[in-house]
Design a protein around this ligand. Structure first.
Ligand SMILES: *[C@@H]1O[C@H](CO)[C@@H](O)[C@H](O)[C@H]1NC(C)=O
Ligand SMILES: *[C@@H]1O[C@H](CO)[C@@H](O)[C@H](O)[C@H]1NC(C)=O
Ligand SMILES: *[C@@H]1O[C@H](CO)[C@@H](O)[C@H](O)[C@H]1NC(C)=O
Ligand SMILES: *[C@@H]1O[C@H](CO)[C@@H](O)[C@H](O)[C@H]1NC(C)=O
Length: 644
């Protein structure tokens, strides 16, 4: 402990040369000396330092607020160009503040602080991820993340139909993804899959960029005194060997995953019959990508369980009932008001809720919540469809969360761990998409679907959720195992495929080797601590745990009662569920995330239980159907990658 702490101070001293000196009394080279007196001094010092930092943060918030207001002045077009330098300056100040503050607070021996809230603030603010890097390294980490973002959004691959005359290159996202959703030719899927990997790893770029980035993450870990670098990657989860907890969830839902996998593999063979399939029982990666991508696509390429029982179309009714995106926002706000959370005032809609400008509306624009206490604000994507309607419930959840959090002292006014806030949003998303809720909104005539439709719906959601969860895990594990040195640099690609084989039953479309570097585009997305694969994983898994808890509390889920299954639970109007949600939101980061999740779930660990109960009827159906079709779930342990 002493060594670890001491090491981190020394490293920071080298970096923030001079800024520490006598401010904390004499530097604490001997903790036993005058411990009692020091404790009091430390308490004073920590309070003063935090007070000063809060002032600086307020200044940053108020400048963020000015930008928000000027971005959206009526009649004046948004100009990203004008705002960019200002924004950068603010983010730089944010970095400087976080960095200096961590250095200043790292001399405080946390355990000696009496006040538990103060202790927690110091603890959370004295260790950082990328923001703990010195300026040049921090800038480099931003650049590397940017480069990896261009792997995804840069136009790098020729259109499959114009390979000889490449006038038009496509980006992985959104172009190739959009093609892949519709394509009925597996050759085309494979073409894009291979070409994109060749393009981004030309001259070893993708791999080298990744290695460089990992180097910086490791440096950030040494500043925190973490011998195992992943401790810094999992900083806010505050758990020894956190990866183990994630893996346990993957194994917990594996029986369900395997049934779905077996069924989908059969559908892949039926859809692409001329393809020679490996006999190892795996699904080819490009085909799996296509399956996941289909979640929101109205014309499925792969057979659904009951093709003759189409889901009722909600689009037209939704347009008739909800009419404008503002009305969707208000409906979503009403969801939370019905739970007894904050009422969104007219004043809010007038001043702090703004429509995105037309030039910002990409195919999949996402609403954004802004946090600049005492205000919170919203810029929303004005699209009018089912998906946006559901997503707006997550946005409103985030807005509510921010309204509660802003009452907390700076440093604790955040979620207790990354993904916690979006898990609460996820629970609201799931509720808002149930037939029961759509019936409440007068979008569906009936509050439940018939058996066949219901199974189709669960199947679609299952493909979306159950296939994605192991992929988040694999992407996270690959990064963390590389970071901690458990994967050797000569073995990156084959190690990646061993993970795909073990946890997902997925194989590359042809034999691979170490000249390639094959992680998918979501892997690169998940490298930023702000939207990590860890976070995505938690938001799905914990989201279903929360959903289950809110549904039990509201009485809308009654295990064993077919009238009230978990998958059709709408906890709208439940003040019991609302109380849990509010309590968790009000706590911000003042407690460990386990203490906070326990309020709703009664559990202190991540678990697959919510997912398993939600998809219970699908699980039963898949088992029977697979038996009927004589499909054996599972796959061989083999890897189509050779280390030559
Ligand atoms: C630390 O302080 C104690 C008590 O004053 C003293 O006995 C001890 O020798 C000191 N240790 C070091 C390493 O200076
Ligand atoms: C501001 O700094 C904190 C670190 O204290 C970081 O978590 C956060 O993402 C930064 N905000 C922005 C917008 O960069
Ligand atoms: C850190 O301490 C130095 C030296 O006392 C001071 O100049 C600086 O403003 C402090 N910064 C923060 C954010 O606490
Ligand atoms: C509503 O669903 C139930 C159960 O599936 C069914 O019996 C009933 O006929 C449906 N009502 C309408 C109006 O479709």
């Amino acid at each position: 402990m002493w060594l670890q702490w001491h090491g981190s101070v020394l490293l920071r001293l080298l970096v923030v040369a001079g800024s520490l000196t006598l401010a904390a009394g004499s530097p604490p080279r001997n903790l036993t000396r005058g411990a009692a007196m020091a404790a009091k001094n430390y308490e004073e010092y920590a309070k003063n330092t935090l007070e000063f930092a809060t002032q600086r943060m307020r200044n940053i918030w108020s400048r963020r607020r000015d930008i928000f207001l000027s971005l959206t002045v009526k009649g004046r077009p948004y100009s990203a160009v004008n705002q960019a330098p200002l924004k950068q300056e603010i983010e730089l100040d944010n970095y400087r503040l976080a960095y200096e503050l961590a250095a200043n607070l790292s001399v405080v021996p946390v355990r000696q602080l009496q006040d538990p809230l103060l202790r927690r603030r110091v603890q959370r603010l004295s260790k950082l991820q990328l923001h703990g890097l010195r300026r040049s390294d921090f800038d480099q980490s931003r650049e590397l993340l940017h480069t990896m973002q261009t792997f995804i959004s840069g136009r790098s691959v020729c259109h499959a139909h114009h390979q000889d005359d490449c006038q038009q290159s496509l980006a992985m996202y959104p172009h190739i993804m959009n093609q892949a959703v519709r394509s009925q030719r597996v050759e085309e899927l494979e073409y894009y899959w291979l070409k994109w990997r060749m393009a981004i790893n030309d001259k070893n770029t993708a791999k080298a960029t990744f290695i460089d980035y990992v180097r910086l993450l490791r440096i950030a870990a040494t500043y925190n005194g973490h011998v195992t670098p992943s401790r810094t990657w999992y900083l806010y989860y505050d758990t020894e060997n956190f990866q183990r907890e994630l893996e346990d969830v993957v194994w917990e839902v594996m029986p369900l995953y395997r049934e779905l996998h077996a069924y989908l593999r059969k559908q892949a063979i039926l859809t692409y019959p001329h393809r020679n399939y490996e006999e190892d029982g795996s699904i080819s990666a490009p085909v799996l990508d296509q399956m996941i991508g289909q979640a929101w696509y109205p014309h499925p390429i792969f057979r659904v369980p009951f093709p003759n029982s189409q889901l009722p179309s909600v689009h037209q009714r939704l347009e008739q009932v909800l009419v404008t995106s503002l009305k969707i926002n208000k409906k979503a706000a009403e969801f939370f008001e019905s739970l007894g959370l904050n009422h969104m005032s007219d004043g809010f809609y007038e001043k702090y809720s703004r429509r995105m400008n037309d030039d910002e509306l990409s195919t999949d624009c996402k609403s954004v919540v802004y946090y600049f206490p005492p205000e919170v604000a919203l810029r929303y994507c004005p699209k009018l469809d089912y998906k946006k309607m559901m997503q707006m419930h997550a946005t409103m959840s985030d807005l509510q969360y921010n309204i509660y959090k802003k009452e907390l002292p700076f440093g604790l006014d955040t979620e207790p761990c990354p993904g916690f806030g979006s898990a609460m949003g996820e629970a609201a998303i799931i509720a808002s998409g149930t037939p029961r809720h759509l019936h409440r909104l007068h979008i569906l005539l009936n509050e439940s679907l018939n058996h066949d439709q219901s199974m189709n719906r669960l199947f679609r959601m299952g493909v979306h959720t159950l296939l994605a969860v192991p992929q988040y895990f694999i992407n996270d594990k690959f990064l963390v195992d590389v970071m901690d040195g458990r994967i050797n640099v000569q073995d990156y690609n084959c190690a990646y495929w061993r993970l795909q084989n073990k946890y997902a039953g997925v194989a590359p479309p042809k034999m691979r080797n170490e000249k390639s570097f094959d992680p998918d585009f979501k892997f690169y997305r998940g490298l930023s601590p702000e939207r990590s694969s860890t976070m995505k994983f938690i938001s799905e898994v914990l989201g279903f745990q929360f959903y289950r808890a809110f549904c039990l509390a509201s009485g809308q889920y009654q295990p064993g009662n077919p009238e009230y299954p978990l998958h059709n639970c709408d906890f709208y109007g439940s003040t019991e569920a609302g109380k849990m949600l509010r309590e968790m939101m009000q706590l911000g980061a003042t407690k460990h995330w386990r203490d906070i999740m326990e309020i709703a779930t009664g559990e202190r660990k991540l678990s697959g239980r919510g997912i398993l109960e939600y998809f219970g009827p699908l699980f039963t159906w898949l088992k029977e159907e697979n038996k009927r079709l004589d499909l054996e779930p599972g796959w061989d342990s083999s890897t189509m990658c050779r280390n030559d």
